[in-house]
Design a protein around this ligand. Structure first.
Ligand SMILES: Nc1ncnc2c1ncn2[C@@H]1O[C@H](COP(=O)(O)OP(=O)(O)OP(=O)(O)O)[C@@H](O)[C@H]1O
Length: 463
């Protein structure tokens, strides 16, 4: 649409009357647009968030508002944002409108779907009790991913969330029978570019869709990109009956974008400055990530934890939607124990004998108990030295330190900068390895030998 600042609005069209960052007020003569209707000022898209007095619509800008001026004409489209779905979007890198950001032609789909959709009805939902094996020892052992469930990867800045989610893509997309969807929310664009390249190199791009609303984009875009991803995922689930693996990096940025928009809308902030609508906004998105009789959506979501404070309202609310939590610890990262998974804080509803089997359950419990006992002994060791411990306690420490090291793992995605080739470990090998350590088999080996290996068979390769 050509820029014409002096255009007279048509009947039903509006005029910009206020601009506050990413929030724009538009006055309409009759008829007033609907909530969530898509509007345009020149080429800048706006979405109606609320209707105010005297035909004023308060809108969220979906592009930088530079170039926007008071009095500019606003065109109502009569519809919400609608995006292409289905095979046309596979192998593509798209934005919140389903438009290409991979320099290829726009995906052509006869089916355009509104990004706003209600979650499936309760009677349509199903809960499956099967595991999605990741080949990552610490996750498969202590926090197994639920197929058709939601798992969070929690961690403060720079503890390895993105690395872990990329490794999960590397390890699961190949083995996943359905479609994979990656949704980047509010993270660095460089990571998006790397991921796109890696997907191509791994040969999995043709059954993957990548959606990005990154750091440099308007808060409205970061707020809505998750809904665009869900719309595409729902089509694969409901219309094509395909299982979907949905990876989100980073769901906290969705909450943060909501807070930015809420502030600009003039709403009073709630606890810790978050939007008063935090719980509703998050539920609107999370409740759509559901498995139905038709097919499952399995989702893994990275969750940034501000200032490593797990009581932060955003982290706590996100946690309440999940069936599993993989918690990354700064202490472990600082000790080089990557992936820096905290074995005591990580959990999953799948870790029950009826799902994982009695042996797995018993080994996981024994590993946790040993590591918990070691945690308690740490202070005594720091103050008095290990010599002051009883023989039994010293054995616990020896087991725990070997387990800690055995649960580290070289990743495929970090191979280029760590110089160690990645390893995917079957859960049977992880269980055998932990079992052997708990039973003090191979205890003649130095604890350092267990560091960054795959299964115990790799011990032989360590000289
Ligand atoms: N498994 C790993 N093996 C080796 N190094 C790792 C591993 N995981 C993370 N690191 C190191 O930690 C750094 C930060 O990781 P990453 O970018 O994944 O953190 P993040 O939690 O996503 O951070 P942010 O919150 O800033 O996005 C990496 O660049 C790498 O140096």
């Amino acid at each position: 649409m050509p820029r014409d600042n002096h255009a007279q609005p048509r009947r039903g069209d509006g005029t910009v009357i206020a601009i506050r960052g990413g929030v724009v007020d538009v006055r309409f003569s009759d008829p007033v647009p609907q909530i969530r209707e898509l509007l345009y000022v020149d080429t800048i898209a706006l979405e109606v968030s609320s209707l105010r007095e005297e035909g004023v619509a308060r809108c969220m800008a979906l592009a930088p508002v530079k170039g926007l001026g008071l009095g500019m004409a606003v065109r109502a489209t009569g519809a919400p944002i609608r995006v292409p779905v289905g095979d046309a979007v596979l192998g593509r890198m798209l934005n919140v409108f389903g438009a290409p950001i991979d320099r290829k032609p726009a995906p052509v789909s006869e089916d355009l779907r509104s990004i706003h959709h209600a979650p499936p009805l309760l009677e349509e939902r199903v809960v499956r009790s099967s595991i999605l094996e990741t080949g990552i020892k610490a996750i498969d052992l202590l926090s197994p991913l639920e197929r058709g469930g939601k798992t969070g990867l929690f961690g403060g800045a720079g503890v390895g969330k993105t690395v872990l989610i990329t490794e999960l893509i590397n390890n699961t997309v190949h083995h996943h029978k359905g479609v994979s969807l990656f949704c980047g929310i509010g993270e660095r664009s460089r990571e998006a570019e790397e991921l796109y390249r890696e997907m191509g190199e791994a040969g999995v791009r043709d059954k993957t869709v990548m959606l990005f609303g990154q750091m440099n984009e308007a808060p409205g875009v970061r707020f809505l990109i998750g809904k665009t991803a869900l719309t595409m995922a729902e089509f694969f689930r409901d219309d094509q009956h395909q299982d979907v693996l949905l990876l989100i990096d980073n769901i906290f940025r969705f909450v943060q974008a909501g807070a930015e928009v809420s502030g600009l809308m003039g709403r009073m902030p709630s606890r810790v400055g978050y939007q008063p609508t935090l719980a509703t906004e998050l539920a609107e998105l999370e409740e759509r990530i559901a498995s139905t009789r038709k097919a499952a959506i399995t989702s893994v979501q990275a969750v940034y934890v501000p200032a490593d404070d797990f009581t932060d309202p955003a982290a706590a609310h996100i946690f309440s939607h999940l069936s599993g939590a993989v918690v990354l610890s700064r202490k472990r990262a600082s000790e080089g124990l990557y992936p820096a998974i905290d074995p005591l804080a990580s959990s999953s509803v799948m870790l029950t004998p009826s799902v994982v089997g009695q042996r797995h359950y018993d080994i996981a419990r024994a590993v946790r108990r040993t590591l918990a006992e070691y945690e308690e002994l740490r202070d005594i060791i720091a103050m008095l030295g290990i010599e002051e411990l009883s023989a039994a306690d010293r054995l616990t420490v020896a087991r725990a330190r070997r387990l800690e090291r055995f649960l580290t793992q070289p990743f495929f995605t970090t191979g280029s900068f760590t110089g160690t080739a990645g390893k995917r470990v079957a859960i049977a090998d992880t269980l055998d390895g932990c079992d052997a350590i708990l039973n003090q088999t191979h205890f003649d080996r130095d604890e350092g030998d267990y560091y960054m290996i795959g299964g115990l068979a790799d011990l032989e390769a360590v000289t």
